[in-house]
Structures are given as structure tokens and as C-alpha cells.
Design a protein around this ligand. Structure first.
Ligand code: HEM
Ligand code: NAG
Ligand code: NAG
Ligand code: NAG
Length: 318
């Protein structure tokens, strides 16, 4: 890297952190003196949990994304409903699960360094570790997030929807300081996990006035999905893996997009803008380029800050 591009990178990171930290300065050595074992503890808990249940890694990655997009990464997604209905009990919560993994990491950490580590940081570590145990890249997670005190189901409407077109996606990301490159790289999270029929039914039933099925969805995949997600199928767990290697973090997702075999309109939409299309092509042909971009964009997304306290119990505000 030339010194001028290093300077530009450094100043944009600085500006970014000034805008998004809201007073909680994140740093890489935040727990160095107060809880040096914290990351090892989380890694151990996540590794054990993913061995027992292959769906955990995807769940933790999506949980962190969901957390960061509503009120910043403040662990609002972890709070239980009390008088009000919390995010976790609002739509679209069908795929939110594995909260117990965060609880067990928090318990182990509280036993060593009580009152020090925020739930928001634990979730950010857990998301990174989920990617690593699935074969993806690693990165240094910025630390020092604070936990928020509010969680409202009504706010989950601010999450991007799988029916979004490229303009809606761009707007949703740019409102959080995230670029088109971040959009393409972070959508690569869809290399892991499972989707329920409700998330792609729009493409296979009554797509629009002239087409029952989205013509940009590959006919073979469309037929398979229609077979699973019939209009009569009311099974709560009906759906499809995100990609055929849905427990491995790789660049298959981008290859599938180029074959018209991605699940969501929002995935397919990445082909409808020249810049995002060219990034999809780059990431489909280079796993390395994808891994680098994903790690960078995760650091950006996980730096959207918002909380005020270090919660004692991740499910309840202090
Ligand atoms: C670009 C906008 C995004 C949209 C519209 C979107 C939408 C969705 C939808 C609808 C599902 C399926 C939910 C279900 O039916 O169960 C899903 C699953 C998932 N998403 Fe996204 N998502 C987006 C971005 C992201 C990002 C940024 C990440 C993480 C970096 C991510 C990670 C995941 C993962 C891992 C799953 C699988 C969850 C599981 O198996 O438990 N998504 N997403
Ligand atoms: C999702 O929300 C429903 C109520 O809307 C609730 O009964 C369910 O427990 C929630 N799921 C999770 C995983 O929290
Ligand atoms: C339905 O969608 C296809 C593909 O996006 C498009 O070409 C067609 O014009 C749409 N029809 C209507 C009536 O919107
Ligand atoms: C993907 O869909 C587009 C639009 O319908 C079509 O032009 C293209 O040939 C398809 N590509 C593949 C690989 O099926």
C-alpha cells in the first residue's frame, strides 16, 4: 500500500469511528488488562456449540448483523420482552436462535471478570468465531461496545427485506455508513445457514402480473423450491439451505448468484447495478478477495455503536 492510500484509509477510518462510535471509542486492546482471556473463552464456547449443533454458526452471524442494524451493535437483539415486545419476538425473527450460546459465554466470562465485558462485544466475537469455525477468514474485532437498554419489535422493520431491490439495499446500508462494496461483501454471509419459505415465496408464487415465477430465478431451482414451499405447506420449518455447502464459509454464494441460483430477490439484485455486479464477479472468482472484503466490512458493520452500559445478564437491562 502506498503511503498516500494508507493515509486516506487511516483518515477515513478515523472519520468513520468519530461518526459511529457515539462516545464509546472502540479499540483492539480494550480488555488487555481487565479481561485478557475474554476472546479465548468465547472461541471455546462457540467451537463447542457448533460441534453439537451445525446451525449455531449461521445463527450467531445473523444475530450480530441484526443487532448492528437496529440501534447499533448494542446487544438490543438479546433483550427479552418485558412490558414491551422486544426485537427477538418481532418479525422477522424466524431464524433468530442459539441465544443460549451467548448466555453461556457471558456466564463463563462473568466468572472470570465480572462486570467488564459487554454482551455486544461477546456477540461480535461470537460472529467472528462462527465464521472462522466454518472455514472463513478471521479478523481483529474492535472492542469496547456498550449494551443498550431498549429493544423494540417495531424497529425490526428497519432491517433490509429479502424483497428489496438494489436501490433499497443501497439506502439501507448507506444509512449506516456502509457502502455498495460492504453490501456485496456482507451479503456473502448467505453462504451459511437456512432460509424459510416465507423469505423467498415472493419469487415462486404470483411474482408479478405477467410471471408466476421470477424469470431471473433459474428454472430448476424454482421448480425445487416450489416443490418444498407449496402454497399448502404450513410447516414452520419448511425452507431451503442458503447454498449446498451451507455449513462452510466459502464463495459459493457468488457463484450461485451468477447462475441465477440465489434464494432472495435481494441476492439476485446484486446483478442489477454495474458496480455490485462486478464485485459479485470478483468474489465468485477469488475466495481470497471475498475473504479480505468480508473481514473489512465486518469490522465496519460491527463498529456501528450505540449502547450505554455493561449488562450483567444479556437478556435483561441492568
Ligand atoms: C443485504 C441485506 C440482507 C437481507 C435482505 C437479508 C435477509 C435474510 C433473510 C430473509 C434470511 C432468512 C431468514 C429465514 O427465512 O429464516 C437471512 C438469513 C441469513 N442471513 Fe441475511 N440478509 C441480509 C444481510 C445479511 C448480512 C449482512 C449477514 C451477515 C454478515 C447475513 C447473514 C445471514 C445468515 C448467516 C443467515 C442464515 C441464518 C440461519 O441459518 O440461522 N445476512 N438473511
Ligand atoms: C419469535 O416471536 C414469537 C412471537 O412473535 C415468539 O413466540 C418466539 O419465541 C420468537 N422466537 C424466538 C427465537 O425468539
Ligand atoms: C415481471 O417481472 C419481469 C422480470 O423482472 C419483468 O420483465 C416484467 O416486466 C414484470 N411484469 C410486470 C407486469 O411488472
Ligand atoms: C440469468 O437470468 C437472466 C435474466 O433472465 C438471463 O438473461 C441469463 O441468461 C440467466 N443466466 C443463467 C446462467 O441462467
Amino acid at each position: 500500500m502506498s503511503s498516500s492510500s494508507a493515509l486516506i484509509l487511516f483518515s477515513s477510518l478515523l472519520i468513520f469511528s468519530l461518526i459511529y462510535s457515539q462516545g464509546n471509542a472502540l479499540s483492539s486492546n480494550y480488555y488487555e488488562n481487565t479481561c485478557p482471556q475474554v476472546e479465548d473463552i468465547v472461541t471455546q464456547v462457540v467451537t463447542e456449540a457448533t460441534k453439537k449443533d451445525k446451525t449455531v454458526a449461521a445463527a450467531l452471524l445473523r444475530m450480530h448483523f441484526h443487532d448492528c442494524f437496529i440501534r447499533g451493535c448494542d446487544a438490543s437483539v438479546l433483550l427479552n420482552s418485558k412490558k414491551n415486545t422486544a426485537e427477538k419476538d418481532g418479525p422477522p425473527n424466524v431464524s433468530l436462535h442459539a441465544f443460549y450460546v451467548i448466555d453461556s459465554a457471558k456466564n463463563a466470562i462473568e466468572a472470570r471478570c465480572p462486570g467488564i465485558v459487554s454482551c455486544a462485544d461477546i456477540l461480535a466475537f461470537a460472529a467472528r468465531d462462527s465464521v472462522v469455525v466454518s472455514g472463513g477468514p478471521s479478523w481483529d474485532v474492535p472492542k469496547g461496545r456498550k449494551d443498550g437498554r431498549t429493544s423494540q419489535a417495531s424497529e425490526t422493520i428497519q432491517l433490509p427485506a429479502p424483497t428489496f431491490n438494489i436501490n433499497q439495499l443501497q439506502q439501507s446500508f448507506s444509512q449506516r455508513g456502509l457502502s455498495l462494496e460492504d453490501l456485496v461483501a456482507l451479503s456473502g454471509g448467505h453462504t451459511l445457514g437456512f432460509s424459510h419459505c416465507s423469505s423467498f415465496n415472493n419469487r415462486i408464487h404470483n411474482f408479478n402480473n405477467t410471471h408466476d415465477v421470477d424469470p431471473t430465478l433459474h428454472p430448476t431451482l424454482a421448480a425445487t423450491l416450489k416443490g418444498i414451499c407449496t402454497l399448502k405447506n404450513r410447516a414452520k420449518n419448511a425452507g431451503s439451505p442458503m447454498d449446498p455447502s451451507s455449513t462452510t464459509f466459502d464463495n459459493t454464494y457468488y457463484k450461485l448468484i451468477l447462475q441465477n441460483k440465489s434464494l432472495f430477490s435481494s441476492d439476485q439484485a446484486l446483478l442489477s447495478n454495474p458496480k455490485t455486479k462486478s464485485l459479485v464477479t470478483d468474489f465468485a472468482s477469488s475466495k481470497d478477495a471475498f475473504f479480505k472484503a468480508f473481514a473489512n466490512s465486518m469490522i465496519k458493520m460491527s463498529s456501528i455503536n450505540g449502547g450505554q452500559e455493561v449488562r450483567k445478564d444479556c437478556r435483561v437491562a441492568n
